[in-house]
Write a protein that binds this ligand. Structure first.
Ligand SMILES: [Zn+2]
Length: 216
């Protein structure tokens, strides 16, 4: 659905902006102006398009709850900007963090995987050769990370993933939010353990100040 078409539906249905809560549009002009990519390196090899706070945080939460699928375009733009900022090689592969069964059931899709397809389109317009591979899968289901301490998050994901297939090109790991870094660290461990070259990890948003458990 185009942003324009989505806007018409929003007016008809009387919804709120996902970023600021104002009535009328699921994504208002003010948020469109303010929530723009501002990539930064969270930790060596870990990039985010913005900080996990304010309008960006609210929009990601609404998107994860499944109410505003058209924000895929916005977050694809954010991820593409963060990937360009980390100065990737000319040819590489995006590997999204696998989603749990619970998440897929609740949301009806794999959010990050779906957005990665749009990220590919944007990066190809920049002359890069990119494709998406779901190269890592869950070996077991994990608990919802929200509400867990940094230590519990690390324990929750440790040993939870396995390499589904080897990737011969350099890889950029993609997640929606980086908080403690435990998920992307586990992804990195699994990929590198299988001989895959990991260039970097990117997310739409990262909490700051970030933490110290990006095991390398
Ligand atoms: Zn707004």
């Amino acid at each position: 659905m185009s942003m324009l078409r989505a806007g018409v539906w929003d007016l008809l249905l009387g919804v709120q902006c996902a970023g600021c809560g104002c009535p009328g549009l699921t994504w208002c002009r003010e948020c469109e102006r303010l929530v723009v990519p501002d990539p930064f390196e969270v930790e060596t090899g870990v990039w985010a398009s913005g900080e996990w706070r304010g309008r960006l945080r609210a929009a990601i939460l609404a998107w994860k709850l499944g109410h505003v699928a058209h924000l895929d375009h916005l977050f694809a733009w954010h991820l593409a900007a963060a990937i360009v900022a980390l100065n990737p090689p000319d040819s590489f592969v995006l590997v999204p963090v696998p989603s749990t069964w619970r998440s897929r059931r609740e949301r009806g899709r794999h959010l990050v995987g779906d957005v990665c397809r749009e990220v590919v389109d944007l990066l190809e317009q920049q002359g890069l050769t990119v494709h998406v591979e779901h190269a890592v899968k869950l070996a077991r289901q994990t608990k919802d990370q929200s509400g867990l301490s940094a230590r519990d998050r690390a324990g929750n994901v440790r040993g939870s993933m396995v390499l589904r297939r080897f990737v011969s090109k350099p890889v950029v790991i993609v997640d929606d939010i980086v908080t403690t870094g435990s998920t992307v660290s586990e992804m990195k461990r699994v990929l590198m353990g299988g001989g895959v070259e990991v260039v970097s990890c990117v997310s739409i948003a990262a909490s700051s100040p970030h933490l110290n458990d990006f095991s390398r």
